[in-house]
Design a protein around this ligand. Structure first.
Ligand code: URA
Length: 427
């Protein structure tokens, strides 16, 4: 078999057999197939898609590209959560310690930023000393000892996703349903949890732009999870404006800390509580919002985050370190009214240009840069009032100023976006 034949086959809309998928993934992981050929295949998949069977085979072959973690030695139903990607999406950093503070074990494998979206692993690496690559034994021991761990893909765990993820990020092949489903579900299956909550985002800042496509992706992933015996629920949520008030790695860590200290944006806390109730349900418990609220108010959830940071090599001081940039540039309202648009895609792209995301595989991220919003869509605003502040280590280009003009709009009436749009479970 020659890899070129596989590119040719997919280019013409053909369907791969399981052994063709194994030939691709095993050859790529072994270093026998170069990035440029895999890039061509990814683009052919973007245009011609994959059947359900191909997506299942791809997912399971990716799982087999590394170790599969057996969490049987940890008592209780282990839960995990994953988002299909968003702008300002720091939910994991709040939700995971909150759930762990209830005594529900959380064993999570996350990803890095993709395109204009941020990634939990990049956010965690903005905490000095934080290690996102643990061995399988370290991962299991940590979940046993403190009830939670968040790691990234590695040479040992879903190596195929580590390689494909980085390549998709810089070849405009992220927003493909089979590639998203296999990337997410291979991580979830390999990480070994019994139950999985999937947050499938829609809107300008998401990879799925409408509810119909988000629902197809959600059902595909729920089916993949259930096929391997994992209880899986997906929610479809809004990503037309950034989540919360910050975009950028360090800034988002600080906002997550603020929510865990009960000082954050109330809507963000409520959204996380909605998801937390679903995770309680997945863990076989009766959802209990009062208990969740109490564990934020009494500091138990924040304490769990600190415990995880320390267990993975960081310190509380590093967790709380403010973002430090050369420039902080204020963008103010040109007229009074109500904020009617804070476009997540454009704001995510601006954050990327400031250095918060990667344009090529070799790019390093500037953890300090990003955007802090002062208002959300629907909020009243007066002429001259600050809408947002850019944290930057470079002067702001003409292009960014033009993008800001498009990203932010003020109208004469108020409207706000719902958070959870739909919940999808297997019958
Ligand atoms: N998150 C992932 O882990 N993979 C994707 O492809 C998209 C979001």
């Amino acid at each position: 078999m020659h890899f070129l034949e596989l590119i040719e086959k997919k280019k013409r809309g053909g369907q791969f057999t399981k052994s063709e998928i194994e030939f691709w993934i095993e050859g790529y992981v072994a270093g026998d197939i170069p990035d440029y050929q895999v890039s061509a295949l990814l683009m052919a998949i973007f245009f011609n898609g994959m059947s359900k069977q191909e997506t299942t085979d791809l997912t399971m072959t990716m799982v087999a590209s590394g170790a599969q973690i057996d969490l049987a030695s940890i008592e209780g139903i282990k839960v995990d959560k994953h988002s299909t990607g968003g702008v300002g999406d720091k939910v994991t950093l709040i939700l995971v310690p909150l759930i762990a503070s209830l005594g529900i074990p959380v064993a999570k494998m996350s990803g890095r930023g993709l395109g204009h979206t941020g990634g939990t692993i990049d956010k965690l690496e903005s905490i000095a000393g934080f290690q996102t690559e643990l061995t399988t034994n370290q991962f299991i021991d940590q979940v046993n000892q403190i009830g939670l761990a968040v790691i990234g893909q590695s040479e040992q765990l879903v190596k195929a996703d580590k390689l494909l993820y980085a390549l998709r990020d810089v070849t405009a092949t992220v927003d493909s349903m089979p590639l998203i489903a296999s990337s997410i579900m291979s991580k979830k299956i390999a990480a070994g949890s019994d139950a999985i909550l999937l947050d499938v985002t829609i809107g300008s800042g998401a990879f799925m732009k409408d509810v119909e496509n988000a629902e197809i992706l959600a059902r595909l992933m729920v089916e993949l999870g259930e096929q391997v015996g994992r209880k899986t629920i997906a929610v479809i949520t809004d990503m037309s404006e950034p989540l919360g008030l910050t975009i950028g790695n360090r800034l988002e860590i600080l906002e997550a800390v603020a929510v865990l200290k009960n000082q954050g944006l109330p809507e963000l806390k409520e959204f996380v509580l909605d998801l937390a109730e679903l995770m309680q349900k997945l863990a076989g418990e009766v959802p209990n919002r009062a208990q969740l609220e109490a564990n934020i108010a009494n500091g138990a959830a924040y304490h769990k985050l600190v415990e995880m940071v320390v267990a993975q090599g960081g310190t509380e001081a590093a967790l709380l370190k403010p973002a430090a940039t050369t420039y902080q540039i204020v963008y103010s309202a040109k007229k009074s009214g109500y904020i009617s648009r804070l476009d997540a895609l454009l704001l995510g792209e601006i954050a990327m240009q400031l250095g918060a995301g990667r344009q090529t595989k070799a790019d390093t991220i500037d953890n300090e840069v990003g955007i802090v919003l002062t208002k959300k869509v629907g909020a009243p605003i007066k002429e001259g009032e600050t809408i947002l502040t850019l944290y930057s280590n470079q002067e702001i280009s003409q292009l960014i100023n033009q993008q800001l003009e498009c990203a932010v709009q003020i109208a004469d009436y108020s409207k706000s976006n719902p958070s959870i749009i739909k919940i999808i479970e297997s019958e």
